[in-house]
Design a protein around this ligand. Structure first.
Ligand code: ADP
Ligand code: MG
Length: 400
């Protein structure tokens, strides 16, 4: 059984050094944190350990520096922000993830204090799950905690190799919350259970779709993935991003679950994503030379109407159009607002996916207007799909 930090006796943390893998992969804009949701979600675990007298080491990645030091991807701005939002005596920062400077700073760390390490991915050993780097990380602390839900699907040194070297490996409160909410949605949804899936790449959504199709009362499909289903029905899709290798599967799904699936009936189209001044609205068929960039207004209304029937559970992953282009964001914005209204009326609403969460913000729907905004993109979909996440599996591996 996987254990969480509150399963250890309180006094076990006193004066112990605890390595906490967090997911502080936040959007930065010239050193300014544009959005600190992931930092706030990690507060309960950090303060819990600090209040029990632990010396707390925080380790995270940020962006994709690919094993090199990229100053623009330093975690220093995150340390400054943590200093403002955490109720702990001090937040220190060290410009390395392992090595002499880290050891030196650790000797000055007092119980209750917090030390943030530099971006783990400045080290080539992190993503390679290099045993030497894992050992260096593990040597820093006596207890290991993973609260980085968004990184659980990666077997990296900080999420896997280092974890294996600790006797005490525990999940943090955020990981537990994400697992509780997502397993409730997957296994025990209050009905009616509605699922909205958009975005691109069916492959990324496959396990989640397979797990949710038999359970959902309705599945609303939009965004890039919907065109594969339309093509499977023989509807003309023009130059829309159809994935031919999934057409046979889509046919099977439609044969089995047709009554439960809603597909777009109209589309916002253009010759390509750059032609935003020449958008057109078409019903049903997309002519050759055009691609679907958003669901149309009728589809939006049908989808929103469906989401507002009854107060059960709604899970949403994947934007319904190329929402980054303002002119192609209407469908996604309409659905985000329908989700907010459904929540206000009492539905349990869950949103997962990096781009989907960004789309919800673009729609100006607040965190408080959604029951649970998952910090995990790929991780939340894989969890819903019942795939094993290495970061979670390694916490259960221990022989206790
Ligand atoms: P998430 O990160 O939430 O899991 P995805 O990565 O699957 O979502 O999908 C997000 C991307 O899908 C966005 O970049 C969006 O522009 C794109 N997208 C959605 N619908 C379309 C479409 N019709 N045409 C092109 N791109 C689309
Ligand atoms: Mg994405």
């Amino acid at each position: 059984m996987k254990r969480i930090i509150s399963d250890l006796p309180h006094d076990r943390y006193r004066e112990r050094t605890v390595l906490v893998r967090v997911d502080f992969n936040v959007p930065l804009d010239h050193g300014r944190i544009r959005e600190d949701y992931r930092l706030r979600q990690a507060i309960p675990t950090i303060e819990y350990l600090s209040q029990r007298g632990a010396k707390v080491i925080l380790a995270s990645h940020l962006g994709k520096p690919k094993g090199k030091v990229v100053p623009a991807l330093s975690l220093k701005p995150v340390a400054d922000r943590l200093g403002q939002i955490l109720r702990v005596p001090t937040v220190k920062f060290v410009e390395a993830a392992v090595g002499e400077s880290v050891k030196q700073t650790l000797t000055t760390l007092k119980p209750g204090e917090v030390l943030l390490l530099e971006n783990l991915r400045f080290e080539p050993g992190e993503e390679a799950n290099d045993p030497v780097f894992a050992k260096q990380l593990a040597a820093l602390a006596e207890i290991y905690v993973n609260d980085a839900f968004g990184t659980m699907h990666r077997a990296h040194a900080s999420t896997y190799g280092a974890a294996q070297l600790f006797t005490d490996r525990l999940a943090g409160f955020l990981v537990r919350k994400e697992m509780d909410v997502l397993s409730q949605v997957r296994d025990r949804p209050v009905r009616p259970f509605r699922v909205v899936v958009g975005g691109i790449k069916i492959k990324d959504k496959l396990s989640a779709l397979k797990a949710l199709l038999p359970k959902a009362d309705t599945i609303l499909l939009g965004g890039g993935i919907a065109y594969t289903f339309l093509a499977a029905q023989g509807v003309a899709t023009g130059d829309s991003p159809v994935e031919p290798e999934f057409i046979p599967w889509a046919k099977d799904v439609l044969a089995q679950y047709r009554k439960h699936i809603l597909l777009p009936e109209d589309h916002v189209i253009a010759a390509n994503a750059e032609q935003r001044d020449r958008l057109q609205l078409v019903h049903r068929e997309i002519p050759a030379g055009f691609m679907g960039l958003d669901i149309g207004r009728d589809t939006s209304l049908t989808f929103a109407h469906e989401l507002l029937q009854g107060t059960g559970t709604i899970f949403w992953n994947g934007p319904l159009g190329a929402f980054e282009v303002d002119e192609c964001a209407d469908g996604t914005v309409d659905i985000a607002r329908a989700m907010a209204l459904a929540h206000w009326r009492g539905a349990f609403t869950v949103v997962g996916g990096g781009d989907t969460v960004a789309a919800v913000r673009k729609a100006e729907v607040l965190e408080t207007e959604i029951s649970h905004v998952s910090t995990g993109g790929g991780a939340s979909l894989k969890f819903i799909g019942g795939e094993e996440l290495p970061g979670i599996a390694v916490l259960s591996e221990q022989s206790q």
